[in-house]
Design a protein. Structure first.
Length: 322
């Protein structure tokens, strides 16, 4: 006897993916419909943006950011892309190539920023100059430049490709340490305030596996490799732990994260330091900050005067540390 091929729950055609958390299988057509439906529900449930809003999608070359950009365009939204060259050796060169090809093939507008050319440093150099993990300088740089590009370009919202796995892992880590300030800000939408643009995450109801399958059936070519200097990032460990739980109990990740949003998030509203404290303007760039000079300007000052560091040096240091 041979095993019967799995069938799509919607049309009984051969399935391309099984989704235990939905207790269902789907063909390519209905997988695409599922992804669009879940994105639309997230946009509607959390009042992310309207049909006439101008969106700036932060794209990295990975599956999630490219997929959400295409999905928004297909849904009729006005969405441009923003790519930041981080200077992480061949990885950045490859990821930038995927983004530019994606935009060119679809005739989409892409805004590009290069840390080395525009600000005099890159992530490997910043990691050595600040003596902190590369992800710290990377995250700070991206957040500030996303904000600046959106404000300068007159966009109504910044969109990122964070998926359910990403958000559940962050929630897991913040809950383990009871980081109330971070928990209070972990919502799919952060409203515009004090010089910060609105930020939205339309993929919070979709998993990494679902997004990878979406890209496969839609023919979206993306960078598969993880960032080489992100090895050891604790959020990757949290994802592994949650995946083990999900394997034993399908649907656990979505229940963990979505129930937090519906049941706990309202109780934490207004509890973040940002919501309670006063915000001033950076004396150098005018960006919102709680001090005289913002963290990004301090990073630029410290890293921009440091001799350029090749990514291989950072990799060697991290190997020695582990």
């Amino acid at each position: 006897m041979t095993a019967q091929p799995s069938r799509c729950r919607s049309c009984k055609a051969p399935a391309v993916i099984d989704l235990p958390r939905h207790n269902a299988n789907f063909c390519a057509e209905h997988l695409i419909q599922l992804c669009h439906r879940q994105m639309a529900k997230a946009i509607d449930d959390y009042d992310m943006f309207g049909p006439t809003d101008r969106l700036l999608v932060a794209v990295s070359g990975g599956k999630d950011s490219l997929a959400v950009w295409e999905m928004l365009i297909d849904a009729g939204y006005q969405a441009d892309g923003l790519y930041i060259g981080l200077g992480i050796g061949e990885y950045s060169e490859d990821s930038g190539g995927y983004v530019r090809r994606f935009a060119d093939e679809r005739g989409l507008h892409l805004v590009t920023i290069d840390l080395r050319e525009d600000y005099g440093y890159d992530v490997p150099t910043a990691a050595i100059a600040t003596k902190r993990v590369p992800c710290s300088a990377c995250g700070l740089s991206k957040r500030r430049l996303f904000d600046k590009a959106a404000m300068d370009g007159g966009y109504d919202a910044v969109v990122t490709g964070h998926n359910l796995d990403d958000e559940a892992a962050v929630l897991f880590g913040n809950t383990l340490r009871w980081e109330v300030d971070y928990l209070a800000r972990q919502f799919p939408v952060l409203e515009a305030r004090d010089g910060f643009p609105k930020k939205c995450k339309p993929l919070v109801r979709l998993t990494e596996r679902e997004m990878a399958a979406y890209c496969l059936v839609r023919g979206i070519d993306y960078v598969v490799e993880e960032c080489p200097i992100a090895a050891g990032n604790r959020h990757l460990g949290y994802k592994e732990a949650l995946n083990a739980i999900e394997k034993q109990s399908p649907g656990s990740k979505s229940a963990f994260y979505l129930n937090f949003l519906s049941q706990m998030s309202p109780l934490l509203e207004g509890q973040s330091a940002a919501a309670q404290g006063e915000v001033d303007e950076c004396q150098r760039c005018g960006a919102p900050t709680t001090g005289d000079v913002c963290a990004f300007c301090r990073l630029v000052e410290k890293s921009g005067t440091h001799v350029a560091v090749p990514v291989e040096m950072v990799l060697k240091m991290r190997r020695r540390q582990h």
